[in-house]
Design a binder for this molecule. Sequence first.
Ligand SMILES: C[S@@+](CC[C@H](N)C(=O)[O-])C[C@H]1O[C@@H](n2cnc3c(N)ncnc32)[C@H](O)[C@@H]1O
Length: 242
Amino acid sequence: MTQVEEFYEEDAAVYDDKRFKGFSGKYEARLHQQYLQEFLKHLPNEADLLEIGPGTGRFSAPIAGQGHNLTAFDLSHNMLKEVDKKLERNEVNREVNYVQGDGTSLPFSAETFDGCLLVNVTSHLPDADSVLEQISSILSSGGYLFINFPNLSGVYHPVGKYVNYHGKSVQEDVFSRWYSYNEMERLLKTNGFNIVDEFGHMITPRREFPLLNKGIVYLDRLLNGRATRRKSGYIFFIAKKE
Ligand SMILES: C[S@@+](CC[C@H](N)C(=O)[O-])C[C@H]1O[C@@H](n2cnc3c(N)ncnc32)[C@H](O)[C@@H]1O
C-alpha cells in the first residue's frame, strides 16, 4: 500500500468534516460546485465520465444525479465506499462503476471517455506528465478535462517551495507536490490539451482562524478570482483534448 493510499484509507471517514464544515470550507465547496457546473456545460447528455480520486464523492453525486455515466476510480477502497453512501444519501439512483486502482497506471482503453475529472489529486502525483498523457489517451477527441492544482507561482509561493522541498503537505502528513501555472499549462499543451476556461481562488487554512479566514474569503469574493487568477492559491482549468 502506498503512503497516499494508507493516508486516504484512514481519512475517508473524516474527510468531509475536516475540510468542508467551517466558514471557509463551505465557501470553497460552493465555488468548486460552480466550477463543476461550468465543466459539465461542455459535455453532452449522458456523457461517459471518469473521476480520478473522487474522494467521498462531492462531485460524483451531482454528476450521476445529472444523468451522466460515471466511473469513480480511486486508490482508496474506503473512499469508494463513501461515494456509494453519498449517492444513497442524495437519492441518486444512477449506477456508478467503481474501480479501485492507481491513477499513475490507468486500466482503460483509448478513447473511452467524454470527460475526466482530476480535482485535488495532482498534488499527490509525483509525475503529473505521465498521468496527463494517459488521460489524453483514454479521452475521445474533443473530450474535456477538469483539473486543479495548488499553484506554486501564486501568492503562496513560499508554502509551495516548502511543500516541494519536503515532499509533504503542510496541512496533512501526506505526499504533496505543487505545480506552477506555466508548468501545468505546458504539461497540458504537450499532452494535446487546449485550456478553454480557468478559475482561481485563495486557499484558506483548514483550521478555523475566524478573522484570517473571513478576510481571505472576503478578499477572494471582491476580486472574484479574476484579477488574481494566475496568482491564486488554487487554479482550476477546463481543458479540451484537440
Ligand atoms: C484530496 S482527495 C480529493 C477528493 C475529491 N476529488 C475532492 O476534490 O474532494 C484525493 C483523492 O485522490 C485519491 N488519490 C490520490 N492519489 C491517487 C492515485 N494515484 N490514483 C487514484 N486516486 C488517488 C485519494 O485516495 C483521495 O480519494
